[in-house]
Design a binder for this molecule. Structure first.
Ligand SMILES: C[S@@+](CC[C@H](N)C(=O)[O-])C[C@H]1O[C@@H](n2cnc3c(N)ncnc32)[C@H](O)[C@@H]1O
Length: 359
């Protein structure tokens, strides 16, 4: 069939429906930058709980140019991120939007997700070039919005789940941590999970490690600020070579699939655990089959996986590139290949799968 004949077969309604859906996608892409802008400039915080405001009033409260604020507000209103009242020409942030956009203690807190998405998009020209050859781009090699956004995105979920439901879902781990245990948090990034565990279990000691020196510097600072530096130490080390042994607990939060050699890392976990020790793996929620993940959460994770996780793994030795949607069967395969015999799904959230691994 020629191109002309093919065009005659086209359903014009379906074509226009797709074009309009794509326009919505462009608006959403731009809104990633606009949400980060609103967060950085304090616009959401100035709107939250303030009642209906004019652009001038918001500009004054936030100390930002009124002309920019007006345009930004209209984009936010068009995307249903704020409400607009044409009778008063005022804009309001609904309470639910205020929580999601300003309350760092809420598990629904969103700015970190937008910030890591923006960082990923900013780095995408280099990812496109790498994709020509299959070269990798390491986690350390991204703009700081990726590292900062990652911490700000994950921390609310850890606050909401780690101590209250994920650790209690592991056999006997809470009792050990309460009595006084030693734990290693591998691929810890800025140390949000390490510090949270240290705060919850004052009798235990924690060693956070990550191959990225910039992340470890931030983690050390965070531990100082949280007043837990006496029981938490951080080291720059790849997962296959962190220090110490006889650990009661080893944890990996959203990092196993980023590693080039997750099986090598798993072997090191096996060697570093106490005989009755437990390995906690938290991974992005995913089904085993592509079709299980063709939904909004899977879409976001496949996007991050293309721009961050897969290049991260490909930049390292072995370059297994599990991807962020590897699914339970592949994670099980990694840990059993390394020599572990017990593997089970201990907990889950809409965004995370939590696995307990033992000898
Ligand atoms: C998505 S981030 C998660 C960071 C942290 N666990 C959190 O939950 O906020 C992935 C982390 O894995 C680290 N990473 C990747 N490959 C690694 C390796 N081979 N050894 C140690 N850390 C690694 C990266 O530097 C990054 O900090």
């Amino acid at each position: 069939m020629t191109v002309l004949e093919e065009q005659k077969e086209l359903d014009p309604e379906q074509l226009m429906a797709f074009v309009f859906r794509a326009v919505g996608e462009v608006g959403a892409t731009l809104n990633t930058a606009l949400v980060v802008m609103g967060d950085k400039l304090g616009l959401y915080r100035a709107l939250a709980g303030a009642g209906p405001l004019t652009p001038g009033e918001l500009a004054k409260r936030a100390g930002v140019s009124e002309r920019y604020v007006r345009e930004w507000l209209n984009a936010q209103a068009a995307g249903d991120f704020v409400d607009y009242d044409p009778d008063t020409a005022r804009y309001t942030l609904r309470p639910e939007q205020a929580v999601a956009l300003t309350d760092e203690s809420s598990p629904a807190y969103l700015p970190g997700l937008f910030q890591i998405a923006l960082g990923s998009v900013l780095d995408s020209p280099r990812i496109s070039e790498a994709a020509r050859t299959g070269a990798g781009i390491g986690w350390h090699d991204h703009v700081s919005d990726v590292h900062e956004g990652c911490e700000r995105f994950f921390r609310p979920g850890y606050n909401a789940n780690l101590v209250s439901s994920w650790l209690p879902a592991l056999d006997g781990v809470i009792e050990k941590l309460e009595r006084g245990a030693s734990a290693a948090d591998v691929g810890c990034g800025h140390g949000a999970s390490t510090i949270l565990m240290a705060q919850a279990f004052p009798n235990s000691t924690f060693v956070g490690s990550d191959y990225h020196s910039g992340s470890i510097a931030v983690a050390r600072k965070r531990a100082e600020e949280a007043g837990v530096s006496d029981r938490v130490s951080f080291e720059i080390a790849p997962a296959a070579d962190y220090s110490g042994d006889g650990y009661d607990l080893v944890t990996m939060f959203d990092c196993l699939h980023d590693m080039g050699d997750p099986i090598g890392a798993a072997r090191h976990v096996l060697a570093s655990l106490a005989p009755e020790g437990t390995w906690l793996i938290v991974e992005p929620a995913a089904g085993d089959r592509v079709e299980d993940n063709l939904n909004p959460v899977g879409r976001a994770f496949y996007g991050f996986s293309t721009l961050l996780c897969t290049p991260s793994s490909l930049a390292q030795e072995v370059g297994l590139a599990l991807g962020a949607q590897a699914g339970e069967a592949r994670i099980r395969d990694v840990v059993t290949t390394a020599g572990f015999t017990r593997f089970r799904r201990a907990a889950e959230t809409p965004f995370n799968a939590v696995f307990e691994v033992r000898r």
